[in-house]
Each structure stands twice: as structure tokens, then as C-alpha cells.
Ligand binder design. Sequence first.
Ligand SMILES: Cc1ncc(C[n+]2csc(CCOP(=O)(O)OP(=O)(O)O)c2C)c(N)n1
Ligand SMILES: [Mg+2]
Length: 274
Amino acid sequence: MMRKHSLEELQTLAKQVRRDIVQMIGEAKSGHPGGSLSAVEILVTLFFGGVMRHDVSKPDWPDRDRCILSKGHGCPALYAVLAEAGYTPLDQLNTLRKLGSIYQGHPDKRFIPVLEASTGSLGQGLSIGLGMALAGRLDSRPMRVYVILGDGEIQEGQIWEAAMFGAYHKVDNLVAIVDYNKLQLDGFIKDIMELEPLVPKWQSFGWHVIELDGHDLKALEAAFAEAEKTKGRPTVIIAHTVKGKGVSFMENSPKFHGVAPTKEEVAQALEELK
Ligand SMILES: Cc1ncc(C[n+]2csc(CCOP(=O)(O)OP(=O)(O)O)c2C)c(N)n1
Ligand SMILES: [Mg+2]
């Protein structure tokens, strides 16, 4: 079972994952840095903070907790976390998006069997996770399911069908995390289709809602513990984040949704992430 890492270890891992992200996207010359960088602490806490029960030596353990990155374009963050955990080869991260690489532009179970789902077509992950959580309950397994959603992604109608179903069927082993970085593909959420008031929206669908700073490792740890204690309804964590977090010229920049850093920009980013 993966041990619970200390706060200092989590901070070090988060920085390393950011370095991995910048390097692999720089090497690929394409990809999505902004939404990868905003989800780092969420993923690091899930995998290394003692939240998810998982075991690198038993990747197909039926009772393991599941993590689905529904916003699949943020996969460099997930790839880095899986590799740093030892599930996949660390020395191949820089093959991202290359023909024949296991690290494709969106997570693909055919090439990385430890992935819980192939994602990238936005809007589907919550429904997939809901099905897994229900199956776990039917089989009386202790497993919990964590689904990471983009804020732009939750404009998709299918999300709200899953939200309605999850609450009605009291699927309390399901946790959704909204990476609320306020930006979608080509601009700010508020200028395209505002989500606010977001907390009352999820509450009215019957979910337990926790709002926090999505880069605060301690707050994330506490929220996941609170979610586990919450019975009779699913939990959603509204995680306020910064798109491009950790790299000054990428932070809050719509440009770095889907543009790779140049060689010079990679060097500058790595300097900032020392
Ligand atoms: C169904 C679907 N429509 C459109 C896209 C193209 N697309 C990729 S990322 C993205 C924006 C997603 O925004 P958000 O969920 O906020 O992601 P983040 O800010 O975390 O990168 C879009 C529209 C897609 N992948 N799937
Ligand atoms: Mg976003």
C-alpha cells in the first residue's frame, strides 16, 4: 500500500511533477500545460497523501481506490504522478505524444493498463466513476472513486445527469473534484458561460460540497478525509486553482491552455521550479 507522505515530501513531489510536465510538453512541442499544472496538488495528494488506497505492486487489486482524470488533456500531470509512484516508466515521460509512446496526448488504457479509464472526450468521467462506485457498492467493496473535472468541462450536460443520479442513489463512495481554474479552452469561464453560483448549484443537486484552495495540500488532505466521513451523499470538492500554477508566464494565461513552451521558456520555467 502506498504510504502517506509528509507535507514536505508532498511539496517536493509537486515541484518534481511540475518539472516533469514542463519538460515533457516542451519536448513534445504540443500539449496542455495550463490545466496540467493546475491539477498537480490534487493528484499528488490523492496518490501520495494517504488518500487513495493503492499498491504499486498490485495495480489490479480489486479493492483499490480509483482515480479518473476526466479532463484527460491534463494527462501530463497524471503521467508524471503515475511514473513518480512507480506504475509507469519515468524515463519515457519525454516520449509524450510521440508515435508508439504509451504516453499519448490523452490517457489511453490500451497503452497504460493501470489507467482506470481512457478520457479526453470531456463530460464523461463523472458517469464512468459513478458506474464504478455503484459497482463497488454492489460488490460490497470498500473502494472509493475520485473523479477530477475541469471547470469548463462541467458545462457539459452529461455531468449534471451524473450529479443528479449520484445524489439520488446516495453514492457516497464517489468524490468529484472540480479544478476551478476559471479558464477554459479559449478564454475565461465568466466570458463564455459562467458557472456561478457553483457551490449552491452542487448543493441543490444533493451533494456535500467543500470549497478550498486547490494548491493547499493540507486543506486537500482534510477535505478528502471529510468526504470519506460523509455518508448518504457524494462529495464534490470545489478546488480554486490557478491555471499554469508555478510558472509565472503561464499563470492565468489563456494562451497556455494548449500551447507548448519553447526551449527558452522551458529553461525559464525549470529555473522557477528549482
Ligand atoms: C467533448 C469535448 N469537447 C471539446 C473538447 C476540446 N477541449 C479540450 S480541453 C477544452 C477546455 C476544457 O476546459 P477546462 O475543463 O476548464 O480544462 P482546464 O482549464 O483544466 O484545462 C476543450 C473544449 C474535448 N476534449 N471534448
Ligand atoms: Mg479550466
